[in-house]
Design a protein around this ligand. Structure first.
Ligand code: NDP
Length: 460
């Protein structure tokens, strides 16, 4: 007879935790899940979902601008931020209820409370109540991290607060060069704000393919975004009509909102991990094996708290695999290779696999195919924009090992290209596929000219 109150206690009702709880319950486990904030976690409440809605909102401006070339007369459009934010928040609330209902439907007990580990089998709730669990899943996610302590840091917002602003900033200064910084730069620019992006390195989106980084930067500048590289924000001072931002080279920039998107850190503090014997890994996340098991036999962790690949679908897959492994009798490791990803910048990016630089480091021969062209829609709209596409091919096996797209719907495209890459499609397979005309995507199956070949084998 078990002395446990529940079979599984999940800490954190975000994407990974909710999926794990639901699947475990469907296998017959008695499951309890604790959430201290809102059910849905980062993605639903203050991440992917509200962000994508803001992205949609921001893109109307280019449609209005381009409409004249297609014969439309559009009255001067006006934009009302409070309407957008109210509508976005309504949708977030609807999704939160949908998640809560799903938990109820699967008989998962939801406790709206912080939960802390007391030992490997005991969780303490904010009320002081203790729950004994056979297995515990940590799915507490990550939180924005502002980097160095600088003067005036209290004036700086993160993406969390961006969804609750009372008004659209006239001029926003964003620090960071990762996903969140470039996405919010595009959102605010599209909605009509003046945007200054400050990044500490040579070029935005470190880790992405260099051609894509260069292309996106050029396109962002065309959209009026000022990008300042090799600088950091040194101080933020509140002045009468906003903030006086001092950069590391002492340049002063006036802005009425300052946002940092300088990365996120796993939510591991104050969770009682030490008390339970759970160890952290080198990147600051909970250390786990391929089945998401921590250093403690009955404690698992999924999603951003493990700091593996911090993307919602990865957390969901990890949560599902955990439940299959522990409750479904199907040990399921998660394959973290070739994960497609999109950056909802303007233009959008879709990428999978190796960058050109990574391929050159790893393979004996690398063939690069790339193209940059004016999208058909821009011919009549008159928009000054180009699409960029690149295939990275193993020159020995002909396998497509990387695909990098910057342009409209790149996120949609890379989902489908992801299947081909995951199936180890070759460049010959791409070429054997008939083009869909006229589309931008047809370029992916019609690139015949090698831009360049590298490697020892290429020189032979
Ligand atoms: P990222 O890690 O992507 O980017 C952080 C940026 O901040 C980098 O440019 C980094 O520079 C810079 N930075 C870090 N520390 C400092 C510092 N002390 N001073 C100045 N600059 C600094 O984090 P984000 O916050 O953009 O996003 C977090 C994660 O959320 C992403 O990595 C991604 O996994 C996920 N996400 C995914 C999205 C999607 O799928 N579309 C959308 C949004 C987020 P450097 O490059 O030099 O390290």
């Amino acid at each position: 007879m078990s002395d446990h109150d529940v079979d599984l206690f999940v800490i954190g009702a975000g994407s990974g935790g909710v999926r794990a709880a639901r699947i475990a319950a469907a296998y017959g486990a008695r499951v309890m899940i604790a959430e201290e904030y809102r059910v849905g976690g980062t993605c639903v409440i203050r991440g992917c979902v509200p962000k994508k809605l803001l992205v949609y909102a921001s893109r109307f401006s280019e449609e209005f601008e381009g409409a004249a070339g297609y014969g439309w007369t559009v009255p001067e459009p006006t934009f009302h931020w409070p309407t957008l934010i109210a509508n976005v928040n309504r949708e977030v609330t609807r999704l939160e209820s949908a998640y809560t209902n799903t938990l109820e439907r699967f008989n998962v007990a939801l406790v709206k409370s912080r939960a802390v580990l007391e030992d490997a089998h005991t969780v303490r709730l904010a009320s002081g109540a203790r729950v004994r669990a056979e297995t515990i899943l940590i799915a507490t996610g990550a939180a924005p991290y502002h980097g160095a302590q600088i003067a005036g840091l209290k004036h700086v917002i993160s993406s969390n607060e961006a969804f609750h602003l009372e008004q659209l900033p006239k001029h926003i200064l964003i620090q960071g060069g990762g996903y969140i910084a470039v996405e919010f730069a595009g959102i605010f620019a599209g909605l009509g704000s003046k945007v200054t992006l400050v990044y500490r390195g040579e070029n935005i989106l470190r880790g992405f393919d260099d051609d894509v980084r260069e292309h996106l930067r050029g396109e962002m500048v065309k959209r009026g975004i000022r990008i300042i590289t090799k600088q950091t924000v040194a101080a933020v001072e509140k002045v009468e009509h906003g903030y006086d931002v001092e950069l590391s080279d002492h340049e002063q920039v006036m802005a009425d909102l300052v946002m940092f998107a300088t990365g996120r850190k796993p939510n591991v503090h104050g969770l009682g991990l030490e008390a339970a014997g759970v160890k952290l890994g080198e990147t600051g996340g909970v250390a786990v094996d391929e089945f998401s098991k921590t250093t403690v036999e009955n404690i698992y962790a999924v999603g951003d708290v493990t700091n593996r690949i911090n993307l919602t679908p990865v957390a969901i897959r990890e949560g599902h695999a955990f439940a299959d492994t522990v409750y479904g009798g199907k040990p399921t490791p998660v394959d973290h290779s070739n994960v497609p990803t999109a950056v909802f910048s303007d233009p959008e990016l879709g990428v999978i696999g190796l960058t050109e630089t990574q391929a050159r480091e790893r393979l004996n021969k690398v063939d690069i195919y790339k193209t940059s062209f004016r999208p058909m829609k821009a011919t009549l709209s008159g928009r000054d924009t180009r699409v960029f596409m690149k295939l990275v091919v193993d020159g020995i096996t002909d396998q497509v090992v990387g695909c990098h797209i910057a342009g409209p719907d790149a996120g949609e495209l890379i989902q489908v290209i992801g299947i081909a890459v995951k199936m180890r499609a070759t460049k010959a397979d791409f070429d054997a596929t008939m083009a869909v005309h006229p589309t931008a995507a047809e370029e992916l199956v019609t690139m015949r000219e090698k831009a360049v070949s590298y490697g020892r084998a290429a020189a032979e």
